[in-house]
Design a protein around this ligand. Sequence first.
Ligand code: PEP
Ligand code: MN
Length: 276
Amino acid sequence: MKVSEKIRLAVKKEKDEKTQIKVGENTFGSQKIVIIAGPCSVESREQVLKAAQGVKKAGAHILRGGAFKPRTLPYSFQGHGLEGLKMLDEARKETGLPIITEALSPEDVELVESYTDIIQIGARNMQNYPLLKKAGRAKKPVLLKRGFAATIEEWLGCAEYILNEGNQEVILCERGIRTFETITRNTLDLSTIPVIKQISHLPIVVDPSHGTGVRSLVNSMSRAAVAAGADGLMIEVHPNPEEALSDGAQSLYPYEFESLMRDIEKVAISVGKSVR
Ligand code: PEP
Ligand code: MN
């Protein structure tokens, strides 16, 4: 497999080179599979607290939730912004779970950084170069989602922007790409996992929620991702998906997330890893 020689920082120099990124008590790129879970959007104090308690009880390690939402149409819920960040902060205090949330623009980065434990850069923003540079100067890890029309090389080029500004803590996230398929929201490219493992030292997380767009597919794709060597998973979970303001169809009920945690544990053990 050949990747451009111009990519210097995101690629491995030695076969065993591996970047480990510590967030709270969890290390991306270790034997432990790090599970990020929570709602697509932070909708209310009650909703995010409920979601946080539910995923914590099931064994998740990090709480997700968007305060700034990149939506396909301007009429859809855009997130609560600063108020959403405060709600996440409260959920973190309540549960002890570190949090991850998205920064949509370079102007958001400092505010998001001051609240969050990991800065998320979304698929739509993968090639927002001013945003990548700003995140590259932040002092928090960055989770960089793959753009839905991006090649692996283009994605690594974007990771390179962050690394080149001095931030060495980049976590890659495969979340599905656009293909001719329409039954699923995206096509989850699981071959990315071994490809990234062979050419890059960065940890890779898989998001089967956006990757499939269908609740009933999330469990099997999570198991497959763990079997293929993913360092972590990002799963959307909502206390009441039927009433979600975004991505309800792909969000798990808390009880489904509990089964998922049990199911991936078996796969993790079979590949010499753990989820606890
Ligand atoms: C999200 O994680 O809620 C999100 C908007 O994901 P993506 O950028 O992968 O579409
Ligand atoms: Mn979502």
